[in-house]
Design a protein around this ligand. Sequence first.
Ligand code: ZN
Length: 135
Amino acid sequence: MGYKVEKTDEQWREELTDEEYRVLREAGTERAFTGEYTDTKTVGVYNCRACGAELFRSETKFESHCGWPSFYDPADSDAVETRTDTSLPGRPRTEVLCAACGSHLGHVFEGEGYGTPTDLRYCINSIAIRHVEGA
Ligand SMILES: [Zn+2]
């Protein structure tokens, strides 16, 4: 399946830092409570750090206390895509990817009782997104 933004592995390695590459292109996870946007409340949008596509807005960011930026809905339902991730034995998770470039963003969890409008928690790596104030 093709993405709107397609780059070779070499290009991604050139454009991203090692840690960005590890998360975005190799589905890594930053350590909990270490990301720069975990507690950010500033109004604005969050774009994909790999391709710049708008993914989330500050209005849907909520305090989950899980250690990663958490959103209850994407900015646009077409902005992200999901697929089943079975990398942890016995516990399938739903992986969240940028719909424009296919980069890994994090995972989405359902029914945790956070009391948000969707009952979803998009658990996103800070390093996979870039905050743009006030947009
Ligand atoms: Zn992207």
